[in-house]
Design a protein around this ligand. Structure first.
Ligand code: CP
Ligand code: NVA
Length: 308
C-alpha cells in the first residue's frame, strides 16, 4: 500500500518524481482562480478523509483545496468528534474508514496512531504531522528551495532552534535528496538520535554546532520553527524560551549566511520569538511560497499514493 508516512520511508526516486510533478502542476495552473479545477482531474470520483487531532490552518486548507482542484471530494473530521476520541481503536477506525473513503490523511499526536492507522487501513494513509515528523511540510520546502534556487542536492541548510518534528523531516530530506544539514540549538533540545543515525548511515551526517553564528556561515538556507510545539507541555514554555533565545533568526544572524540565502519557516510563527518580523518580511524570506507550495506538493503526494 503506497502510504506516505515519512520521507525516510519513501523511495528517493519517488520523492524526486513528486517534487518534479508538483512543480509541473503548479506551472500548469498558471494564475487561474484557486477554486478552478485543473486541466486533468485525476481524483475524479475519489473521496479523501482529512482527520485532525490537532489544530491546523495550512494542512487543512491546502489538502482540501488540492483534492478539489483535482476533481475529488473531501471530508474534514476532528479526532474529538469521531469515536476515535471515545475509545474505538485506531485499527477498527482504519478498517471502517477504508470502506468509505479512498485515502486518509491524519494529523495526530503519537506516531503509533499513524502507524496503526496505516497498518490496518486498506487505503493509502498520509502523515499530516505527528509529534515526531512532518513530511508533507518538508516536501513543500524542498520544492520551494528548488523553485527559487535550482537543485537542492549539494546545498547547505542550517536549522536554528528546537530539534523538533519539522527538523526531523529536514534530516530525512537531507539524506534522501543529498544536501548538507547543520543543527544549531541548545543540547537539551537536540534532535532524536535515531534521525542523526539515519542521516549518517545514508552518508549525510548532520553537523551539530552550538554557536549559531558559526553554524549559519555559508548557509544556502536558514530554517527555524516555533519554540513550543503543539505537543509540548505549556509548563515547558518559559524554559524553552530561555534555552532557545540565543538561536533566534534575526537580521544579524541572516547577514552571516550567503548573500542569496533563503529563510524558511513552516508557520505558524511567533513573530519576534524564533524569527524577527524583519527576517520574516525581509528579502531572504520565502515563507509565503512555502505555505502555497503545501498545496502543490501535497497534490503530487496524493497522486502518488493513489497511482493516478
Ligand atoms: N505548517 C503547518 O503544518 O501549518 P498548520 O499547522 O497550519 O497546518
Ligand atoms: N513544530 C510545530 C509545527 C507546526 C506546523 C508543531 O508541531 O506544533
Amino acid at each position: 500500500m503506497p502510504h506516505f508516512l515519512d520521507i525516510h520511508k519513501t523511495d528517493p526516486a519517488a520523492l524526486r518524481a513528486m517534487i518534479d510533478a508538483a512543480l509541473a502542476m503548479k506551472a500548469a495552473r498558471g494564475d487561474r482562480p484557486r477554486g478552478a479545477p485543473d486541466d486533468t482531474l485525476p481524483l475524479s470520483g475519489r473521496m479523501v478523509a482529512l482527520i485532525f487531532e490537532k489544530p491546523s490552518t495550512r494542512t487543512r486548507v491546502s489538502f482540501d483545496v488540492g483534492v478539489r482542484q483535482m476533481g475529488g471530494e473531501t471530508m474534514v473530521l476532528s479526532g474529538r468528534e469521531m469515536q476515535l476520541g471515545h475509545g474505538e481503536t485506531i485499527a477498527d477506525t482504519a478498517r471502517v474508514m477504508s470502506r468509505y473513503v479512498d485515502l486518509i490523511m491524519i494529523r495526530t499526536y503519537e506516531e503509533a496512531t499513524l502507524l496503526e492507522m496505516a497498518e490496518h487501513a486498506t487505503v493509502p494513509v498520509i502523515n499530516g504531522l505527528t509529534n515526531r515528523t512532518h513530511p508533507c511540510q518538508i516536501m513543500a520546502d524542498v520544492m520551494t528551495y528548488e523553485e527559487h534556487r535550482g537543485p537542492i542536492a549539494g546545498r547547505r541548510a542550517v536549522w536554528s532552534g528546537d530539534g523538533n518534528n519539522v527538523f526531523a523531516s529536514w534530516a530525512h530530506a537531507a539524506a534522501q535528496f543529498g544536501f548538507d544539514l547543520t543543527f544549531t540549538g541548545p543540547e537539551p533540545l537536540d534532535p532524536e538520535r535515531e534521525w542523526l543515525d539515519f542521516a549518517a548511515a545514508k552518508g549525510r551526517p548532520i553537523t551539530i554546532e552550538r554557536d549559531p553564528e558559526k553554524a549559519v556561515a555559508g548557509a544556502d538556507v536558514v530554517i527555524t520553527d516555533t519554540w513550543v510545539s503543539m505537543h509540548d507541555p505549556e509548563s515547558a514554555r518559559e524554559r524553552r524560551h530561555n534555552q532557545l533565545r540565543p538561536y533566534q533568526v534575526n537580521e544579524h544572524l541572516m547577514s552571516l549566511a550567503k548573500p542569496d540565502a533563503l529563510f524558511m519557516h513552516c508557520l505558524p510563527a511567533h513573530r519576534n520569538d524564533e524569527a524577527t518580523s524583519g527576517v520574516m518580511d525581509g528579502p531572504h524570506s520565502v515563507i509565503w511560497d512555502e505555505a502555497e507550495n503545501r498545496l502543490h506538493a501535497q497534490k503530487a503526494i496524493l497522486r502518488w499514493c493513489l497511482g493516478v
